[in-house]
Design a protein around this ligand. Structure first.
Ligand code: ATP
Length: 237
């Protein structure tokens, strides 16, 4: 479904990603592991059209070339991003945030159904639909961010460190809900530093180290991989 080949990203002279490949099959959950600065966010940004890869890169979704597609057209193609830091509109209500997520053509027809699905996933959002998003807890704001991304009815949902800054119990609940989203048929591409919980959810993963892929395999294989332990020494070890 989603396939990246020969993906390199540079910021000036700095090489953030060097010749990376990756694939996510239909409905699959895949995690990208890596320490700070490994290039994980850059990879999601390249798929979202937010940074332009170096010439020669191939990014395709169901065979369609995505390089050069502008960021605001990406949701229509079926790709949604929950960025690091969430990117919600803090001055708007929960409901208004969700409505803004439904601007793509793909989303409009099924807007009500999608909203019901999101309120079913996150009953808290239904209870708080008129609350100003900026007054909510970190975990609740993450729900708003995921809800907003889901409003575009994506085929693949990409999440940039969704567990960041959240208490362990909140992270546990969040990953349970990600499991339900996956069960509903949406593919997930997850960037995480929380190795254990993300490998419990994902079926496969990739390990990035300063812009290069240094490991890939099933979740079980990665759990045993000394490079994974090494990359996270001091973080999760
Ligand atoms: P983190 O978890 O810290 O966000 P990451 O794995 O997501 O790390 P990236 O954010 O993709 O990594 O960054 C990869 C490298 O590219 C880092 O060295 C970072 O400093 C650099 N970088 C990222 N964005 C820019 C930018 N806009 N301009 C210059 N350098 C950048």
């Amino acid at each position: 479904m989603l396939s990246l080949e020969k993906l390199s990203v540079r910021y000036g002279k700095h090489v953030a990603l060097d010749n990376v490949h990756l694939r996510v099959d239909k409905g699959e959950t895949v995690v990208i592991l890596g320490a700070n600065g490994a290039g994980k966010s850059s990879l999601l940004k390249a798929v979202s059209g937010l940074v332009r890869p170096e010439p020669g890169a191939r990014i395709t979704l169901n065979g369609r070339d995505m390089v050069g597609v502008s960021p605001h057209q990406i949701p229509d193609a079926g790709i949604a991003l929950v960025p690091e830091g969430r990117g919600i509109f803090v001055a708007l209500t929960v409901e208004e945030n969700l409505s803004l997520g439904a601007y793509s053509k793909r989303a409009r027809a099924g807007e009500r159904q999608q909203r019901d699905f999101i309120f079913d996933l996150f009953p808290r959002l239904a209870e708080r639909r008129r609350q100003i998003a900026g007054t909510m807890s970190g975990g609740e704001q993450q729900m708003v961010a995921i809800g907003r991304a889901l409003m575009s009815n994506p085929e693949i949902l990409m999440l940039d460190e969704p567990s960041l800054g959240l208490a362990p119990v909140v992270v546990g609940e969040l990953f349970e809900t990600l499991g339900r989203i996956s069960t509903s048929g949406v593919a997930l591409l997850l960037v995480e530093q929380n190795v254990k919980i993300s490998l419990d959810l994902a079926s496969r993963g990739y390990l990035l180290e300063v812009g290069r892929l240094v490991g890939e395999g099933t979740a079980d294989e990665l759990q045993q991989d000394p490079a994974v332990q090494h990359a996270f020494l001091g973080l999760n070890a």
